[in-house]
Design a protein around this ligand. Sequence first.
Ligand code: L34
Length: 287
Amino acid sequence: MATVISGKELSAQLKEEMKAQVATFPEKYGRVPHLVVILVGEDPGSVSYVTGKAKASEVVGIKNTTIRKPDTISEAELLGLIEELNADDTVDGILVQLPLPKHISEDKVIATIAKEKDVDGFHPLNVAALWQKQDCVLPCTPKGIIKMLKRAGVEIKGKRAVVIGRSNIVGLPVSKLLLDENATVTIAHSRTADLPTVTRNAEILVVAIGRPKFVTADMVSEGAVVIDVGVNRDPETGKLCGDVDYAAVEPKASVITPVPGGVGPMTICCLMENTIECFLRKMDKQL
Ligand code: L34
């Protein structure tokens, strides 16, 4: 039986701590942090995640403005909106929910968000700072994963970690954070030759590939720590599921994260943390 790390519980605890911290801000700084989330289109997954971000903001006491735009919005109009928010002194964090419609360049959108307000940690200057070991905003999902590992008492140092997935949002930055914790990291992907041989070597396995039941029991070694970053719909049941065949893998794992209730809630929790961080950087500069 594996230890199941509840991201839901851990994030609830951390949000309570942040709530107490934010409650001291009006007296100290005259206001609370303000996060603006932009959602383009109606994708049900994105709508659900953005709603989760607004709910978490409410719990923590952060001001949240969610701006919804139709998927027909032009790239120029979206970039213009971001510029306005950049210039608005009362806005501390800006997040544009991804993915965006094909006619809008995600790269352009991310680069347009002021680095100081980039609560996602996606801006090229933030990414460069991360890889150069400089002060930066850590991307939410990778940051949440490291917090979960630490909370479960998993020693990362000296371990063989395998990350399946090489996206800018998860695979690459989580690999870098594991490396910084002194794990030895292998980055694998859907084209990796003989993937099961690679993953069976993992003491820590992070899966961010976006395919239901991609990781089967034969790919996991006895006692491995398994972190499931996937959020998919099970094609048979229609229910939310991860990238890991949970029922088959859980008995082999020493530690595992569930979907739902694992990495997802931690992503949102770290977004709250990053918003407070951007707010405090700005306020402390002004003092
Ligand atoms: N800009 N785009 C930007 N920033 C992000 O950090 C994200 N991401 C990813 C997609 N696009 C983004 C998210 O917010 C994925 N993601 C995300 C956030 C939260 C959850 C899942 C993905 C989450 O809360 N998942 C719940 C279930 C939610 C449901 O019922 O639909 C869970 O328990 O896993």
